[in-house]
Ligand binder design. Structure first.
Ligand code: AMP
Length: 249
């Protein structure tokens, strides 16, 4: 069973991002970029499936400009066998990514695609769902446990108020939630080995897919500063402030 893992290059989660001065987007110049954290979890799960003898090959795929090779090398250092860059300088939105990954999944004959549940830059949380719809495959989002057996996959999903377990026929699309696993660090020897693993490039323009944006960003700005809180001396004072100042009672 071949497992495909789409990985996105995003601003590192430790970075406090700032809007560009003209409000047209987020400032990414000189910002540390990393693999989307949920995609690290997805790579880890795919590598564990390979280590358990369930998956035969793990292929990481990233859609974007040439710099995404860096993210793919991280996936290779974590244990992916091969990587594919779908190269384009067009700013991709979820639908375009889903269409591109669909082409790759079909070309590769993948039986399972494990995405991150969402990319932490735009928080879209829609690529996995769109991909499953375009492929006409089953989908299980927000996975916290994955068990593959006899041509099907059992996925425990984190839903409001608890856990839900679903069984899907393969091929299928799964999206990884936070508690699925704890991703390993890429060790130095594995980072060195990853440099020799195959990384192929496909030109997005040659895949017959319309990647033009469908959504226009009107403005990006920081939320207004929140006023500091205060400590009240007693319950009576709290009630009085809620009545007279906050006017919520
Ligand atoms: P989103 O729907 O944008 O929140 O992204 C959900 C998941 O789709 C991510 O965690 C990745 O697994 C995948 N994904 C999104 N954008 C890309 C991209 N440019 N290249 C590869 N995978 C992506």
């Amino acid at each position: 069973m071949k497992v495909l893992v789409p990985v996105k290059r995003v601003a590192d989660y430790n970075i406090k991002v700032r809007p560009k001065s003209d409000g047209s987007g987020v400032e990414l110049a000189n910002v540390k970029m990393s693999m989307n954290p949920f995609d690290e979890i997805a790579v880890e799960e795919a590598v564990r499936l390979k280590e358990a003898g369930v998956a035969t090959e793990v292929v990481a795929v990233s859609c974007g400009s040439a710099v995404c090779q860096e993210t793919l090398r991280t996936a290779l250092a974590m244990g992916a066998d091969r990587a594919i860059l779908v190269e384009t300088d067009v700013e991709l939105q979820s639908l375009a990514v889903a269409k591109l990954v669909k082409v790759v999944a079909e070309k590769e004959g993948a039986q399972l695609v494990i995405c991150g549940k969402q990319a932490i830059d735009d928080d879209a949380n829609q690529t996995a769902q769109m991909l499953a719809a375009l492929l006409d495959w089953g989908q299980a989002t927000y996975a916290s446990k994955v068990v593959v057996a006899d041509g099907s996959i059992e996925v425990t999903r984190e839903v409001d108020g608890g856990l839900e377990t679903v069984r899907l026929a393969l091929p299928a699309v799964v999206s990884a939630d936070l508690r699925l696993n704890e991703p390993r660090y890429a060790t130095l020897p594995n980072i060195m080995k990853a440099k020799k693993k195959p990384l192929d490039t496909l030109k997005a323009s040659e895949l017959g897919v319309d990647v033009s944006p469908r959504v226009q960003t009107l403005s990006v700005y920081t939320p207004p500063e929140r006023k500091g809180g205060i400590k009240v001396g007693s319950v009576a004072e709290l009630v009085q402030k809620l009545k007279d100042e906050a006017r919520v009672l």
